[in-house]
Design a binder for this molecule. Structure first.
Ligand code: ATP
Ligand code: MG
Length: 259
């Protein structure tokens, strides 16, 4: 899982700022992830974790700061020697490079699992239905749900629905996967199956940024763990150090609450 030191960053977010009205939500977030690396993001409610992911996934624009993915700047295009905001068409294309899995899976209730997974391929990518179905089936197998391809979301457990959502993101072949508390809405006995799928993705070399409260998952799977607080990254360390020997008082205090 550990990406080689010295490999260039796949994701580079620099000095991201975001306010809603007079409320400063991100106050200068800088983070980078190398190819194949897994980073876990911990932090109290309201600290700006989801906002940071939404900026990286281009669901919202930063007020200030830059994001590059695989060397390409996201959300802007170069024109006449300057970076200007990208058009919706360019944004839509750039969004495809980043997969996102939310707490609430938002599957289409009227579509079977396989059709949920196919939908991005046929509508956005314009891939033939036969080819899309084949790729979607392979992805459902990947998350252990091959035999549920023709089930509707209402016929699946929360854990199974979340695995369909993961397959739906993966089938688009993203360079980076973002997870925003993917297990928080699940019954405790269903958390493990989703974490196991995520762990196997990490093992296969997927680059991942995971907002989670699952500290044992972060400890086991993440290459680095960061603490987010009040719109900024307070601390970022390999898991052994983060959990056993944190540098900052804020981290110690946070860990006292989650343990
Ligand atoms: N669209 C919005 N308009 C106004 N305020 C917002 C908006 N989105 C987020 N906020 C505010 O920004 C702050 C950070 O929110 P965010 O959802 O990023 O936090 P979070 O760390 O993900 O919290 P949680 O752990 O509860 O998911 C919160 O105070 C929230 O109320
Ligand atoms: Mg959140």
């Amino acid at each position: 899982m550990e990406a080689e030191a010295g490999t260039p960053a796949l994701l580079e977010a620099t000095d991201l700022h975001k306010s809603y009205g007079s409320k400063q939500v991100l106050t200068g977030v800088t983070l980078s992830i190398r190819r194949g690396q897994v980073k876990a993001m911990l932090g109290p409610s309201g600290s700006g974790k989801s906002t940071a992911l939404r900026l990286i996934n281009l669901l919202e624009r930063a007020d200030k700061g830059t994001i590059t993915l695989d060397g390409e700047s996201l959300g802007t295009v170069a024109r006449g020697g300057r970076e200007v905001p990208a058009s919706e068409r360019v944004l839509a294309k750039q969004r495809q490079e980043v997969g996102m899995v939310f707490q609430h899976f938002n599957l289409f209730p009227h579509l079977t699992a396989v059709r949920n997974v196919m939908s991005g391929l046929t509508t956005v990518r314009r891939i033939s239905r036969a080819e899309a179905r084949e790729r979607a089936m392979a992805m459902l197998e990947r998350v252990g749900l091959g035999q549920f391809a023709d089930s509707y979301p209402a016929e699946l457990s929360g854990g199974q629905q979340q695995r369909v959502a993961i397959a739906r993101a993966l089938v688009m072949e993203p360079k980076l996967m973002l997870f925003d508390e993917p297990t928080s809405a699940l019954d405790p006995e269903l958390v493990g199956e989703v974490l196991r799928v995520m762990e196997s993705l990490a093992r296969d070399g997927m680059t991942m940024l995971v907002v989670t409260h699952e500290t044992s998952f972060a400890r086991r799977v993440a290459d680095e763990v960061m603490l987010f607080d009040s719109g900024a990254i307070v601390e970022q360390q390999p898991p052994e150090l983060f959990f056993e020997n944190p540098l900052h008082e804020r981290t110690k205090e946070f860990l006292r609450h989650v343990h």
